[in-house]
Write a protein that binds this ligand. Structure first.
Ligand SMILES: NC(=O)C1=CN([C@@H]2O[C@H](COP(=O)(O)OP(=O)(O)OC[C@H]3O[C@@H](n4cnc5c(N)ncnc54)[C@H](OP(=O)(O)O)[C@@H]3O)[C@@H](O)[C@H]2O)C=CC1
Ligand SMILES: O=C1O[C@H](COP(=O)(O)O)[C@@H](O)[C@H](O)[C@H]1O
Length: 533
């Protein structure tokens, strides 16, 4: 990309992000978001590269439609699908409409809005490494943009080995000449510190940092993850407790009740530690544990997150348990083991489950175990943060809890998905003449409290990228720190050829995870039966 084009890209026209504050931080309702740009002189073209793929169909097109439905896209916008598969515009529209299953489905005028939306969707077939094909795309984009200032967003929804080819061709042949050009790069961003640094160097040959919306971490766009800072920094009752003085341990738990079906080829090269822990769970940990940022500006939040990541104690092999699911028959149905997937080598030792104990070496968190657990093909689907508090010193009601005082400690649960909720387990007197206690939940159950559906994380991230807001994307020093933490462990696992503990499809995962927690006097909160929140 030549210098002029780079400069045009950096000096992006003003968006709704003014004075660095994302406008939606202060809004309490998604509907309040007005169209991004009222400016009739500019247009945004969004090119979904890899439009024929799984993610594009499942997440990106539905999110774009939801944004359109909510009037959050600019007045002038065009969406292009780009991939090698041969397709006409009509075929793309057909594919998109068949897969547009999203939260909008049951809303008023959905069909009408969808028709309007589809009229703005087009397709261009081309190779990923052909500057000529991107030049053809550029011509088509120009036809739609007319004489307006053109802003262009490329979403790389393709396998990582072709990220660089696309960035090279798009930047050389299809960059905007008078507006901004931005590129959203999907995960995985490398396999380790070295490959991640090499990818960053590669991207920087063609783009400047401001243009790169690196490694879209869609967990940061989830409603309850976004709410973490609100919960902590806008309620006096939590922040004073948020330290080693009152918190015994923090648990970050991700589970899926299905295997790698259809994605074995990708997954086997990465495994669950790279797929979930090094990014989604670690990002949540950093947000959870960071100090109060100076402001809500992206850079201030990222500065605090990176301090947490750089304070982490190196991860020890003995603090990690890995597992892999095996075939299991239940109710007459046989669920295949990981290595039975045709795209996975028979002797694969790639972990589909991992648990780890991490520590932050700083004054606030010294000695507090942050336990992470992530697995596929488990008994349920969910993601949650569990904060287990310390015992009440000199507890007057000790006798009411029998010998197991651990069951009497408070626990704050932030259920990220499904069925979003925040609840606090407390001890309470059972009404009556006697003095008997039970455990009850102070419960903020989203479905009961709010009538609105929750936007998909991809909607938020796409909107932010269009607005130029970066707080949910990962800065290069954050990325480096995340890889620095996990790379030595990943290398050791691979070099020592450590075999994962097998667990049956649909089970609660390897027993080793319980021993790991027990080593730190912790019980996994999701393993105990608890009152339904
Ligand atoms: N799917 C998901 O749930 C998630 C995916 N991601 C990431 O998003 C990106 C896209 O994922 P997903 O849609 O699942 O990927 P796909 O495997 O579906 O690939 C997307 C498109 O890329 C093209 N493609 C696939 N393999 C190759 C290849 N070897 N060489 C060149 N082109 C190829 C195909 O289009 P064509 O043949 O038409 O050119 C395909 O439709 C990846 O980086 C993935 O890691 C991240 C989170 C979740
Ligand atoms: O990034 C990924 O996330 C999905 C889980 O996302 P969710 O929003 O459905 O919870 C996971 O299935 C996939 O393996 C991983 O790459």
């Amino acid at each position: 990309m030549d210098a002029d084009v780079k400069n045009a890209a950096i000096s992006a026209p003003p968006s709704k992000v003014e004075n660095g504050s994302p406008s939606h931080v202060i809004l309490d309702d998604f509907e309040d978001l007005s169209p991004l740009s009222e400016n009739d002189d500019s247009t945004v073209s969004i090119t979904v590269v890899g439009a024929s793929g799984d993610l594009a169909k499942k997440k990106i097109f539905p999110a774009l439609f939801a944004l359109y439905y909510e009037d959050c896209l600019p007045k002038h916008f065009t969406i292009f699908g780009y991939a090698r598969s041969k397709m006409t515009d009509a075929e793309l529209r057909n594919m998109v409409s068949r897969t547009l299953t999203c939260r909008i489905d049951k809303r008023e005028n959905c069909n009408e809005k969808m028709e309007e939306f589809l009229k703005r969707c087009f397709y261009h077939s081309g190779q990923y490494d052909s500057e000529e094909h991107f030049m053809d795309l550029d011509k088509k984009l120009k036809q739609h943009e007319g004489s307006r200032v053109s802003n262009r967003l490329f979403y790389l929804s393709i396998p990582p080995n072709i990220f660089l080819n696309v960035v090279k061709c798009a930047s050389k042949s299809a960059s905007s000449v008078n507006g901004w050009t931005r590129v959203i790069v999907e995960k995985p961003f490398g396999r380790d510190s070295e490959s991640s640094a090499a990818l960053t160097r590669g991207l920087k040959q063609y783009l400047v940092e401001d243009q790169i919306f690196r490694w879209i971490d869609h967990y940061l766009g989830k409603e309850l993850v976004e709410n973490l800072s609100v919960l902590r920094f806008s309620n006096l009752v939590f922040e004073p407790l948020w330290s080693r003085q009152y918190i015994r341990n923090v648990q970050l738990i991700f589970s899926e009740d299905f295997g790698t079906e259809g994605r074995g080829g990708y997954f086997d090269r990465y495994g669950i530690i790279r797929d979930i822990m090094q990014n989604h769970l670690l990002q949540i940990l950093a947000l959870f544990a960071m100090e109060t940022p100076i402001s809500l500006e992206a850079e201030d939040i990222r500065n605090e997150k990176v301090k947490v990541l750089r304070s982490m104690k190196p991860l020890q092999l003995e603090d990690v348990v890995i597992g892999q699911y095996k075939s299991h028959t239940k109710g007459g149905t046989t669920y295949p083991g990981y290595t039975e997937d045709k795209t996975v080598p028979n002797d694969s030792i790639t972990p589909t489950f991992a648990a780890a104990a991490l520590f932050i070496n700083n004054a606030r968190w010294d000695g507090v175990p942050f336990l992470m657990k992530a697995g596929k093909a488990l008994h349920k689907k969910g993601a949650e943060i569990r904060v287990q508090f310390r015992h009440v010193p000199g507890n007057l009601y000790k006798r009411s809890f029998g010998t197991d005082l651990d069951t009497a400690t408070n626990e704050l649960v932030i259920r990220v998905q499904p069925d979003e909720a925040i609840y606090l387990k407390i001890n309470n007197k059972i009404p009556g003449l006697g003095m008997r206690l039970d455990r009850s939940n102070l419960n903020l159950h989203y479905a009961a409290r709010y009538s609105k559906e929750i936007p998909d994380a991809y909607e938020r991230l796409l909107l932010d990228a269009i607005e130029g807001e970066r707080r949910l994307f990962i800065r290069s020093d954050e990325l480096d720190a995340a890889w620095e933490l996990f790379t030595p462990l990943l290398k050791e696992l691979e070099e020592k050829w450590i075999a994962p503990e097998l667990y049956p499809y649909g089970s609660r995962g390897p027993v080793g995870a319980h021993y790991l927690a027990a080593k730190y006097n912790v019980r996994w909160g999701d393993m105990t039966t608890e009152q339904k929140a």
